[in-house]
Design a protein around this ligand. Structure first.
Ligand code: DHB
Length: 390
């Protein structure tokens, strides 16, 4: 049995992009239906990055019930560590902006509560399988729920906020993929019960490779170290993990504690060739993925969504397609800046398995030229705190 529902905007994916979009559309008086193949619990437990740009925080703070300012922690800087010494990058001094440490799953809990509280039509356990009439004025999302019942959502517009394996992207770009690059390393990530090892995040380059000492709370910490992409997360003992981390952060004594979560994050850079086709568009990870260094993923998703929400308001409230016609170029402008920033932070801080002595000395020269120059530190701080939203 298949049920058909009609709405103005069908949103596939209840991650940050889909949820923020439904909020902005509702503010403009536009109705939407969101589906997600995961359960609410799964979405709320997805462990992702923890750093929000100033602009992302300013937007989230306007959503009723947001805890970003009460449960999140403002960070005014980071430490870049290399060659045995730490160098602080002071964000407010350099840019007048800051970032917030607020884990993505906490932001998701807030967004889900806010949207459900506002009466949003939001369906969990519903998997999109395709989009029909992708060239017409009433595209339809074809979906199936966990019990096997069919659902069709007929809409004025379909948005794919459905992550890196996006079904909507296939309807937009057909066999065109996108532009991408792979990296010869991954991150080994842990969550542990321990106090913080430092006041601020440490991004460390060492002869053994990169490490990031991040945080979650006074009692839980998140840390990562560079590893081989095919490493099995269960192949290392806790002692080996602490040794690997500690060796990559010489000069800081890490506070150790029981490790209760571990994962290997493989990563790549990707930008879809087409971001929009007729009355379909993709945002967030469906449109692009970035390597994690610098935590641009969720922030870039929010930036896409701000642009798309304005374009959809013009289209659906004022029958003006102008902003929608400019959406892909406007989004791409920031996407490629964030792609560059994420690639730059990654390549500046990681040690490639085949790095020569020349590569290594050049990298240290690059790091010194960044931290020793106010222009260099400002460039990093602008990218990290996020360029102002258009
Ligand atoms: C975190 C992840 C990142 O990729 C980053 O650059 C900073 C922080 C985190 O998970 O805390």
């Amino acid at each position: 049995m298949t049920t058909t529902v009609r709405t103005q905007v069908a949103i596939v994916g209840a991650g940050p992009a889909g949820l923020v979009l439904s909020h902005l559309l509702a503010e403009a008086g536009i109705a939407s239906v969101i589906i997600d193949q995961r359960s609410r619990e799964d979405i709320e437990q997805t462990i992702r990055a923890g750093i929000l740009e100033q602009g992302t925080v300013d937007l989230l703070a306007t959503i009723p019930g947001s805890r970003v300012h009460t449960a999140g922690a403002r960070h005014d800087g980071i430490e870049l560590r290399f060659d045995g010494a730490g160098h602080r990058i002071d964000f407010p001094d350099l840019t007048g902006r800051a970032v917030w440490l607020y884990p993505q799953h906490e932001a998701l809990k807030d967004l889900l509560a806010a949207r459900i509280g506002a009466g949003q039509d939001l369906r969990f356990g519903v998997t999109a399988t395709g989009v029909e009439d992708a060239d017409g004025d009433r595209p339809r999302v074809i979906a199936v729920d966990d019990a096997g019942a069919g659902l069709e959502i007929e809409a004025d517009f379909v948005v794919g906020a459905d992550g890196s394996r996006s079904v909507v992207r296939k309807a937009i770009s057909g066999s065109h993929g996108g532009l991408f690059r792979e990296y010869p390393f991954a991150w080994f990530g842990i969550l542990c019960e321990a106090g913080p090892s430092a006041d601020e995040l440490i991004y460390s380059n060492s002869p053994d490779g990169f490490a990031l000492i991040s945080q979650r709370s006074e009692t839980v910490q998140r840390m990562y170290f560079q590893c081989a992409p095919d490493l099995d997360a269960d192949s290392m003992s806790e002692a080996q993990i602490w040794d690997a981390l500690q060796r990559r952060v010489p000069g800081t004594t890490l506070v150790e504690g029981p490790i209760f979560q571990r994962d290997v994050l493989r990563f790549r850079s990707f930008v879809a060739k087409e971001l929009r086709h007729g009355r379909l568009a993709i945002v967030g990870d469906a449109a692009h993925t970035v390597p994690p260094t610098g935590a641009k993923g969720m922030n870039l998703a929010v930036a896409d969504v701000l642009l798309l929400a304005r374009a959809l308001e013009a289209l659906l409230v004022r029958s003006d397609a102008g902003l929608l016609d400019g959406f892909a170029d406007a989004a791409r402008d920031r996407i490629w800046k964030a792609q560059h920033f994420s690639w730059w932070m990654t390549s500046m801080l990681h040690v490639a398995p085949d790095a020569s002595d020349f590569d290594r000395e050049r990298q240290l020269g690059e790091l010194r030229s960044v931290v020793e120059s106010e222009a260099g530190r400002t460039y990093l701080a602008e990218g990290y705190t996020g360029w102002p939203f258009a």
